[in-house]
Ligand binder design. Sequence first.
Ligand code: UFG
Length: 324
Amino acid sequence: MAILLTGGAGYIGSHCYYELLQLNKELLVFDNLSTGFRDSLPESAIFIEGDVGDEEALDGVFKKYEIEAVIHFAGSLIVEESVSHPEKYYLNNVRNTLSLLNVCKSNDVNNIIFSSTASVYGSNPKQIMDETDPYSPENPYATSKMMVEYLLKDYSRAYGLNYVILRYFNVAGADPELRTGQKNKDATHLIKIGLEVATGKRDSISIFGTDYPTDDGTCIRDYIHITDLAAAHLKSLDYLLGNNNVKEAFNCGYGQGYSVRQVLATIEKVIGKKLNINEADRRPGDPVALIADSSKIKKMLNWKPKYNNIETIIKTAMDWERKL
Ligand code: UFG
């Protein structure tokens, strides 16, 4: 039996690929390489280049292999871009997932893990969010992910689909063995850009907004190491395949928030030099603070993070950035 990883050549998908190798199951990667890289995966990987919106191509994969579960990473994920180009998010994230669900249904594949996001919670004054907190998306990216969560719930009720929704907080860092990492051009993520400045690939970094209602005026996020996130997928798959009627959402974060200024100060500490930092206007669509209450995943899936330290996250990301 095989596990299908849509978007499996991307930053998160490729880390999960390596993590899932320990299952000794057939792993299939389906990716259109719009943001992924074939060489993020080992030569031996079964790789199919294709777009999730191409139902015919996808159906061919489902007919050729005996798929028992899908891990759906493929999608667009840049908050600011979603504000300026919402159609891309509703097409790539909502319509294409609908295509995928229809192909799953017509091929009797009933198990899916979905890459969702903490941003479905938006700027809730609670700041530390648990899975029962209401949706309050503040940008089309978050709305598109929320819409897919509804699709999953409806397909579950109507057709018995089993699903695990993983709500990622801010994923960062790199595989400590440096097999894969974040290598997209035109990066938009804070730690990645900070390290590009540190390694001389960029001149400076801007802090987007210094007038937020937080202690130092900058946004707060919960940064999770990619290897711990990959482990959460392994645990989720085990749970999904070992139980009936699975309909769960889990937060993936550590429960510790860092402001933009704190992250940049930690980068400076790790690299031992000052970054060229300037202050800029707020970036559209940014929630003030997003911190995970991750007690549910720890309790239900026995998920035990190993890299929950912002310096470790930055160090592994730095090692990767130097390797690039
Ligand atoms: N930021 C800066 N300067 C930069 C880049 C980012 O100040 O050059 C700030 C942002 O404004 C934000 C914070 O750093 O306040 C984090 O921004 P990122 O772009 O690194 O990440 P986001 O929080 O916007 O989004 C990420 C993922 C989403 C995910 C979300 C969950 O891209 O997919 O984390 O919190 F949903």
